[in-house]
Design a protein around this ligand. Sequence first.
Ligand code: NAG
Ligand code: NAG
Length: 163
Amino acid sequence: MHAAYIFLLLLVVTHGIQATLYTVTNTARWLFQEYNQVDRKLVQNVSLFVDPEDKGVVAYTTKLTHEIHVSASYISNYSGDVRKEITGVLYHEMTHVRQWHGSHGEAPTRLTEGIADYVRLKANLGSGYWVKAGEGDIWDEGYDVTAWFLDYCDGLRNGFVAE
Ligand SMILES: *[C@@H]1O[C@H](CO)[C@@H](O)[C@H](O)[C@H]1NC(C)=O
Ligand SMILES: *[C@@H]1O[C@H](CO)[C@@H](O)[C@H](O)[C@H]1NC(C)=O
């Protein structure tokens, strides 16, 4: 059996994939202070796929159908705490599920990617590959760099990122 499937099986057995996604969703809700029903995005169905063929990305999420795809070769080839890494990846992708992208998808991608990594950061699930706080060239570089910038801003004013 492929190592990726063994890993996924372990994750489901020890943690439960629904439990993982449920925890992630609540973290994101809490972070974004989604108390207002009007602002809440209606998401009824999230599906998780492990893609056997390598598409050159770690993971991605489809905007309309909310399918999270994770690369099997990324899971297989990851050396280190693979469970922490993939849980972090799921935090990132579940944030995209919860996130608004603008009515025509016009929300700036580097910012939405930064917010997804910010949720991951606040869950203490940052990747070993990430830059350190303060590194990077510009605030909206995306991903980890932008996540650290947002964390800095939220430290200056609590609730900044939620707003
Ligand atoms: C949920 O999403 C999956 C994948 O897009 C789809 O195959 C399935 O039919 C959906 N289920 C419901 C109840 O909408
Ligand atoms: C590891 O990654 C390489 C390059 O992306 C890929 O060719 C290989 O199939 C991967 N290994 C496994 C076990 O998936």
